[in-house]
Write a protein that binds this ligand. Sequence first.
Ligand SMILES: Cc1cc2nc3c(=O)[nH]c(=O)nc-3n(C[C@H](O)[C@H](O)[C@H](O)COP(=O)(O)OP(=O)(O)OC[C@H]3O[C@@H](n4cnc5c(N)ncnc54)[C@H](O)[C@@H]3O)c2cc1C
Length: 401
Amino acid sequence: MELVRWLVIHPSLCLGIRQDEKMTMQSSIGMTGVKTFSLDRVDAFLRDRVAPQAEAMDHDVTLLQQRFAELGARGWLGLRIAQEWGGLALGDREFRQFQELLAQYSGALAFLQAQHQSAGSFLSQSPNRVLQAQYLPQLAQGAVAMGVGFSHLRRAGEPLVKATAIAGGYRLTGTIPWITGFGIFSEFIGAAVLPDGQAVYGVLPLATTQVASGTLHLSPPLALAALTATNTVTAELHDWLLPSEQVVFMRPAGAIHDSDRRNVLQHSFYALGTAQAGLAIVAQALPQREFVRSPHAALTQELHQCRTAIYNAEQRSVEAQLQLRAWAIDLAVRCAHAGVVVSAGAANGLSHPAQRVFREAMLFSVTGQTTAVMAATLNQLAQPRSPDSETAAQAISLNLW
Ligand SMILES: Cc1cc2nc3c(=O)[nH]c(=O)nc-3n(C[C@H](O)[C@H](O)[C@H](O)COP(=O)(O)OP(=O)(O)OC[C@H]3O[C@@H](n4cnc5c(N)ncnc54)[C@H](O)[C@@H]3O)c2cc1C
């Protein structure tokens, strides 16, 4: 019951998101005019359908899949898909707010749908009209669910997955270390590197498949501490044939690094949402413990500053954006930790909300990580935070022993 109560108080209200700001995001879009998107509607859905089951959704694949399908039924799985294909073609700002809002309620749902929305976004940029017509309208509704497996392109050195051009397509061999959504997504967009450094992206089945010409073997879902129900697997490809008809697009050598530099802040919105989830747990302790008030207010204020800076950082330098992302990661971890601390020993229970949020903060510290993000995060964590003797004196004066 307590859990429901703190989630009913929408955490973003604590951060001063103005009602008029929320209202202006409302729009009525779509081919038929029947689809509408507003953060208020998303928020209401999350409160009713996700908040009461957020802990179960972290482990229960069926439940997570049901809620994912419910997003699709509302037209919210095609947010990055063009309207001509039945999507809502949401702008960057609204999409980021959507991601942030989801992360406040369930990291698993936020992360799962993000993979599918990435697949929709990739296909929307494809020159392959046949493939677009085959998939995009279905992806927009969630009738077909699709993941992605391309983050290995970030790794330096020998490519993890190599492609060789052959008549009618490409042969792929290698290891894709991360693909989320096994058992939920039927396909994924994988990526492999050609000898000249170009990357080919194409649609592959998200199932172990053996054909005469080659194999695609998936591992069992990895035993991960966070977002367990999202079922992340590894794929081994051996001479897998990717026909030209299944090719989404080609990217020049190093394109992923350019894209990462343009999208430094992209993953910050999960961290901002997780920070709010942590603070909402802290807020539950306010009525019982007066000393929670000041740290809660300080973290809320800092989060408000960080959030405002991130939403207004579009024109700032890459270095400044890296610092902001690192700040959001650090803040998510601190707010989640504060949620653990006010929950005391109970936070060690595997099904405690503070435990889940803490694990999510850990995960969102590294998703979409690049070397530059890794370095910025470490520098942020290494900032000196010596104890403030005034605070200690205050605790003593409050006679909290
Ligand atoms: C649970 C989970 C699910 C995921 N699901 C997906 C998915 O569905 N699809 C997908 O595409 N990705 C997925 N990812 C990948 C995710 O985005 C990656 O965590 C992220 O890209 C970092 O990659 P990595 O963990 O493999 O680390 P690495 O690739 O090993 O390292 C991250 C970056 O740091 C650099 N680096 C590594 N070590 C060093 C070092 N010592 N010094 C300097 N630089 C270094 C690398 O070159 C790279 O740029 C998932 C990750 C997790 C944890």
